[in-house]
Design a protein around this ligand. Structure first.
Ligand SMILES: [Zn+2]
Ligand SMILES: [Zn+2]
Length: 140
């Protein structure tokens, strides 16, 4: 076991599966295999409709969290959610989320502590700017 694999917490129900088997299972799931069949084939002790929730998130190796500088993850997409909605990429450390550039996500903002702080600072800066403008305008 390399440390690489250890940074994702794998649910007890699928601890007996190798990462490859989990990927295989997920591929079959997306291809339309019934949850009940998969659970039976892979000997997973869980309610069929819970299957997707226990699968570990996908590691996005080429996406680092801008704050923590660690690899980010994406939750697996369930079949019922339309193929269009891709879950955001998330940082396990600070909870920072990156949404795909997509019209449905245009107004989505990340609420992790870093982004909140950044927004706060930007707001303060904008406010100061505004105040300075007003002072300038009326001091003449
Ligand atoms: Zn982070
Ligand atoms: Zn964030």
């Amino acid at each position: 076991m390399s440390n690489e694999k250890n940074d994702i917490e794998v649910a007890d129900e699928i601890k007996h599966l190798s990462p490859d088997e989990i990927e295989e299972l997920y591929t079959k799931y997306l291809a339309g295999e019934k949850n009940a069949t998969l659970i039976n084939d892979y000997k997973i002790d869980i309610q069929p409709n819970k299957l997707i929730t226990i699968l570990p998130p996908i590691k996005i190796n080429n996406q680092l969290c801008p704050y923590c500088n660690i690899v980010m993850f994406r939750k697996r997409q369930s079949k019922s959610s339309s193929g269009l909605s891709v879950p955001p990429t998330e940082c396990h450390e600070c909870n920072h989320k990156i949404y795909l550039e997509d019209f449905r996500y245009r107004h989505k903002v990340c609420n992790c502590k870093h982004c909140m702080m950044l927004r706060e600072q930007n707001n303060l800066a904008a406010e100061k700017e505004l105040r300075r403008d007003i002072l300038k305008k009326y001091s003449i």
